[in-house]
Ligand binder design. Structure first.
Ligand SMILES: Cc1cc2nc3c(=O)[nH]c(=O)nc-3n(C[C@H](O)[C@H](O)[C@H](O)COP(=O)(O)OP(=O)(O)OC[C@H]3O[C@@H](n4cnc5c(N)ncnc54)[C@H](O)[C@@H]3O)c2cc1C
Ligand code: SF4
Ligand code: SF4
Ligand code: SF4
Length: 366
């Protein structure tokens, strides 16, 4: 992201969405809507003094709610450009940020801007969102504090995250002694009409289980699964490393997560031995599936593109050309079209970028 932001031929429009598009390959007019930042982008140097004085704390989406953010904030540590944004919805206009900013960069008033850009070709890379685990209410998400999602765990074990990389139970702040991952939450589940595999959650659960074990060998880590899908280069070897580190793989899916006076309780049948076990983990991590980004329906409509039954944007031909769409000059990459891990996203993005480049050269040889 930092490299792109420094590139002389790349302009990044942040806080901006596509309003509409007209035209055809070689000559698209794209109308953009830029939302107010309430901070002068050319003046702010990202020093963070305003963040330190702001008294308002709200839910931090980037930290998946594990931490809080201020009403004036940087969305995350590597944000591009490295400046702040003011959240007008939660700001109480106390005035402290205006006073502390020596560059007068914070604005009291700001408004949306509509403007157009011309493009020879377009790439859609609007990504995904995770399955809302509340839709599997029997697993206790948001009913029991120590049932968290894989995204919340990612933020918790990140050294620059809200807990400084320390694993903590949200119920009492103590470190967990035993953790159970439940796989395929919101994936491969016909009972909720989501038959697809989310492709990334087996490997990310193994990755996180290993990170936990490497730092805290004393923690008992179990992954409850249907099948482990370790399909990529080196992935099977990675799985074997996790087993060697002591991560336990239990083939069986708990149907419910209960709580008794001692904490969480779940019952699971090991389908390899037919043994039924009652487990008492300190922490349960739900490996939530990959869903289309929340805005996908509207976005597809604006671009005149069809969506699949799963809600993802449909490529022109799933068998042979997964980056072209039915509209010449408009390409799609990454998880906007299906669940993928980062290496697969990068490969599809490079392919789409090359196709867009060829269109540009072909239609604008001048
Ligand atoms: C818990 C968890 C752990 C994971 N761990 C790994 C891992 O270890 N290794 C790995 O390879 N993969 C991992 N993944 C998968 C990885 O997150 C995805 O493969 C990758 O982030 C997808 O990249 P993307 O660019 O397609 O989408 P995203 O990362 O979702 O990026 C999409 C971008 O588009 C922006 N956007 C959305 N809508 C609009 C719009 N309308 N206008 C403008 N911008 C918009 C978004 O703000 C976002 O910046 C993990 C996933 C999860 C859920
Ligand atoms: S708005 Fe001012 S105080 Fe806040 S980060 Fe920017 S320059 Fe620093
Ligand atoms: S004016 Fe708003 S953003 Fe600025 S410090 Fe006060 S509450 Fe925070
Ligand atoms: S990648 Fe693994 S956990 Fe994720 S849906 Fe597929 S089988 Fe289930």
């Amino acid at each position: 992201m930092a490299e792109v932001s420094r590139h002389p031929y790349v302009t990044i429009h942040t806080c901006t969405e596509v309003e509409s598009i007209e035209g055809e390959v070689g000559n698209f007019t794209v109308t953009l809507r830029k939302f107010p930042r309430y901070v002068d982008e050319s003046a702010c140097n990202g020093c963070g003094d305003c963040i330190a004085v702001c008294p308002v704390e709200v839910y931090n989406r980037f930290d998946a709610g594990v931490g809080v953010r201020k009403a004036i904030y940087k969305p995350h540590a590597q944000v591009v450009p490295d400046i702040v944004i003011k959240d007008a919805e939660h700001c109480i206009e106390c005035g402290l940020c205006y006073d502390v900013c020596g560059l007068n960069a914070v604005k009291r008033e700001d408004e949306e801007k509509i403007f157009s850009v011309n493009a020879a070709s377009i790439l859609i890379t609007t990504g995904y969102t995770t399955f809302d685990a509340c839709n599997k209410s029997q697993l206790g998400y948001l009913k029991r504090e120590d049932v968290i999602t894989s995204l919340e765990l990612e933020r918790m074990i990140n050294a620059s995250g809200p807990t400084g990389g320390k694993l903590r139970r949200l119920s009492d702040g103590t470190p967990p002694r035993s953790i159970i991952f439940i796989q395929c939450v919101g994936s491969r589940d016909m009972s909720i009409g989501r038959p697809a595999c989310s492709c990334v959650c087996c490997m990310q659960a193994i990755k996180n289980a290993m990170l936990i074990k490497e730092k805290n060998p004393e923690i008992d880590v179990t992954i409850c699964y249907m099948d482990i899908r370790a399909y990529g280069k080196g992935y099977e070897e990675y799985l074997e490393r996790a087993k060697a580190l002591g991560v336990r793989f239990l083939r069986g899916m708990p149907a419910d997560v209960f709580a008794d006076k001692n904490g969480l309780v779940l019952q699971v049948e090991d389908t390899e031995t037919a043994e039924v076990m009652v487990l008492h983990p300190d922490l349960v991590v739900l490996s939530v599936g990959i869903s289309p980004a929340v805005n996908t329906e509207k976005l597809a409509e604006k671009f005149g593109l069809p969506r699949e039954d799963s809600g993802f944007i449909q490529p022109a031909n799933d068998a042979v050309d997964t980056v072209a769409t039915i509209r010449p000059g408009i390409y799609i990459a990454g998880t906007a079209t299906a669940a993928k891990d980062i290496p697969d996203c990068v490969a599809s993005a490079e392919s789409a970028a090359m196709r867009a480049y060829i269109d540009t050269v072909r239609t604008r040889s001048d």
